[in-house]
Write a new protein. Structure first.
Ligand SMILES: [Zn+2]
Ligand SMILES: [Zn+2]
Length: 342
C-alpha cells in the first residue's frame, strides 16, 4: 500500500492532497480547490477558487460570506462520489452541525477519512455521525481530547434551563449561544422537551435559523428579541421568556435592556468551571457539538483504523491513549483551528 502522506499531508495552508490537488478545510489564505467539512469560520473561509461541500454547507457559506464566496460551488450529497484528478472523494455525515461532513479520500487502494469536527450523540438539527468502514487512516479532531471531558446528557442540561425558567418566572433567561449550530440545537432541544412558547432571538441568529428551517429543521415560533423604540416598560414583555443571543451581545446595549436577566451560556466549555466564572455565567449549560473523551475513544475503536492522526486541540493525550491500546497514532499539527461554535 502507498504511504498515506503521499495522499494527504500538512502544509502551511492546511491539509493538502497532492494527487488530487485540493485542500481540506484550508486555514490560511485562498486556494484553487477546497473541500470544506462544515460551515464554522475556522474551517470554511471565503475566497477559494472552487469549493466542494454538502449543499447545506454551501448555503451556510453563502449566507455568511455572500453569494460570491467562491467562483465555483460543487455540491456533493452524502454518499455520492466524485473523481478529482483520479482521487475518489465522498462525504459521510459527521453529526456536528447542519451539513457537517467527514471527507473520505480514496486512491490506489488507500482510504483516508478526515472527520472535520464531529460528535456521536443524536442531534435533532443534523444527520448523525456514520462510521466509515475499512478506513486505513482516520484523521480525528480532538477538541475535547482529555479524559476530564465527559459531556453530560443534553436533555438533562435543557431540563436545568426549563426548571430555572419555572422557578424565576419574573426574570428573563438570556441564553448565550453561538449563531451557527449551537443556537439551532438549543432551540430544537427545547422544542423536543415540549417547550412551545415563542423563543426570542437576537438579530445575529435570524439568517441561520431561517436557513435551518428551510432545510426542514423544526424550530417552532421564533420572534425577534428587539425593542421597538426603546420605550419605557417595553422590555417588560420579556419577563419569564427565553431570549437567545451570541454571548458577546450580553454586555452591549442589546443585552443590558432585559429585566433582571438570568445569564446562561450553552457551550462544551461550560464544563470548565473557571470559564463559566470568567464570563459571569449564572447558569451554565454543558452542551457541546464535539465528541467528548468517551466518544473520541469509542469512535477510534469502532473505526479501528491502521493509523490514527489527531488534529485540532489536545492531540497528546489521545496519542498516548492510542499507543497504550497498541495503535499507531500521531499528532497532525495544523494551526488555525479555533473553537467557534462550541
Ligand atoms: Zn465546527
Ligand atoms: Zn473546528
Amino acid at each position: 500500500m502507498i504511504r498515506p502522506d503521499l495522499l494527504l499531508h500538512e502544509t502551511p495552508k492546511g491539509l493538502y492532497c497532492p494527487p488530487g490537488d485540493f485542500y481540506i478545510d484550508p486555514v490560511r489564505g485562498a486556494v484553487d480547490r477546497a473541500i470544506i467539512t462544515h460551515g464554522h469560520a475556522d474551517h470554511a473561509r471565503a475566497g477559494h477558487g472552487a469549493v466542494l461541500a454538502t449543499p447545506e454547507t454551501l448555503d451556510i457559506m453563502a449566507a455568511r460570506y455572500g453569494e460570491a464566496f467562491t467562483a465555483t460551488r460543487q455540491p456533493l450529497e452524502f454518499g455520492e462520489t466524485v473523481e478529482i484528478n483520479g482521487v475518489t472523494v465522498w462525504l459521510a455525515p459527521a453529526g456536528h452541525i447542519l451539513g457537517s461532513a467527514q471527507v473520505v479520500v480514496e486512491w490506489r487502494g488507500l482510504r483516508m477519512v478526515c472527520t472535520g469536527d464531529y460528535k456521536r450523540r443524536q442531534d435533532p438539527t443534523c444527520r448523525r455521525f456514520e462510521v466509515v468502514p475499512n478506513t486505513h487512516v482516520f484523521i480525528s479532531e480532538a477538541t475535547f481530547g482529555l479524559p476530564v471531558f465527559r459531556h453530560p446528557d443534553d436533555r438533562g442540561e435543557m431540563a436545568k434551563l426549563l426548571s430555572s425558567v419555572e422557578l424565576f418566572k419574573d426574570r428573563t433567561h438570556l441564553v448565550g449561544v453561538y449563531s451557527l449550530g449551537k443556537a439551532q440545537r438549543v432551540i430544537a432541544l427545547l422544542r423536543e422537551a415540549g417547550y412551545d412558547r415563542p423563543l426570542y432571538i437576537h438579530g445575529a441568529l435570524e439568517t441561520l435559523c431561517t436557513l435551518y428551517q428551510e432545510n426542514g429543521v423544526e424550530l417552532g415560533d421564533l420572534r425577534p428579541a428587539t425593542l421597538e423604540k426603546g420605550q419605557r416598560g417595553e422590555s417588560e414583555q420579556f419577563r419569564g421568556e427565553i431570549v437567545l443571543g451570541p454571548p458577546a451581545s450580553f454586555n452591549d446595549k442589546w443585552g443590558r435592556r432585559f429585566p433582571d436577566p438570568v445569564t446562561c451560556f450553552a457551550s462544551g466549555w461550560m464544563s470548565v468551571r473557571q470559564r463559566a466564572k470568567q464570563r459571569g455565567v449564572e447558569l451554565s449549560l454543558i452542551l457541546s457539538d464535539h465528541a467528548d473523551w468517551d466518544e473520541l475513544t469509542e469512535t477510534v475503536r469502532e473505526v479501528d483504523p491502521e493509523e490514527l492522526w489527531i488534529t485540532h486541540g489536545r492531540e497528546d493525550a489521545l496519542v498516548r491513549w492510542a499507543e497504550l491500546e497498541g495503535r499507531k497514532a500521531r499528532p497532525l499539527r495544523l494551526v488555525g483551528y479555533e473553537e467557534e461554535g462550541d
